[in-house]
Design a protein around this ligand. Sequence first.
Ligand SMILES: Nc1ncnc2c1ncn2[C@@H]1O[C@H](COP(=O)(O)OP(=O)(O)O)[C@@H](O)[C@H]1O
Ligand SMILES: [Mg+2]
Length: 323
Amino acid sequence: MVAVLEIEGLRKTYRSRRRGERRALDGFDMVVEAGQVHGFLGPNGSGKTTTLRTLLGLIRPNGGRMAILGQEVPANLPAVVGKVGAIVESPQFFPHFSAQDTLSLLADAGNLSQQRVPEVLEVVGLRDRAKERVKTYSLGMKQRLAVASALLKNPQLLILDEPANGLDPGGIREMRDLMRDLSASGMTVLLSSHILGEVQQICDSVTIISLGRRVAAGPVAEVLAQHSSGGLRVRLESSADLPAAAQVLVASGVRVDIQPDHLLVSGVDKPSSVTRMLAGRDLYVSELAPITVDLESVFLELTGTAPVAGQHRQVDQSAEVPA
Ligand SMILES: Nc1ncnc2c1ncn2[C@@H]1O[C@H](COP(=O)(O)OP(=O)(O)O)[C@@H](O)[C@H]1O
Ligand SMILES: [Mg+2]
């Protein structure tokens, strides 16, 4: 597969006289393959916007390298900028302009064909409201207009920073459908979010960032598999047999936790070996299920942002994740 985006060892330290140094990116890595919807996930303040702004040449990094569509950036940014559509930070539009006028103006400014205006209005679902003033738009409609403006140049890579921010659940779903359509048309989409549930269902792959470092990356299923315990839930036809079954399994070197109506088994190579061992002792398995984790648990664990009873987590407070 082709990497549309590559980031290696990116570093950024913000310096201010009053607050001293703040290390926003601390050797961050990311790879996005062509044709994917890639989720860039991390809690508030973990470095997502800094990464995206650096990528677009808006911030100068302190170290590391980046490439977009095979071109090193920022050095070769002019060569690829026409193929990258981005919305980083919510764009401001003239409130008295209609969506159509806004896009028409942007098309002119960008030397793009006016023909794209009705096309992108159609894609983002604003066709019927295109002649109304932006100030009468809902937040969701403004987001659509923002996406439309990024689509004008028909980019190969679309970068959206927190596109679901401030949207209601219906708006989030519409945004997701839109992303899916764009991806189906062959576009690579990178979208950041601090709320995992917003993007989880549409991402082919994810990068999870915490404290300016990548803590997990890959296809969603792989990230889940790497962080699942590999444990099994085992039920028997008769719960009375659980202690006997536990004994058999422990004797074979497997870890077993006895629960009231099932066993939690871990350290098993093949689930079928559990069935075989138990059946050999006339103990019959009625249910054998892998214990699945969801991406949210992985996210909370990796970013150290799982809630702790009785504590109020502060904004920059993430648990350090061992390298
Ligand atoms: N212009 C800036 N000056 C100083 N610190 C900044 C600036 N922009 C961001 N930061 C800090 O860098 C860290 C990462 O911020 P950011 O990239 O905006 O995170 P995210 O987008 O993941 O919420 C935060 O601690 C933030 O306060
Ligand atoms: Mg941000």
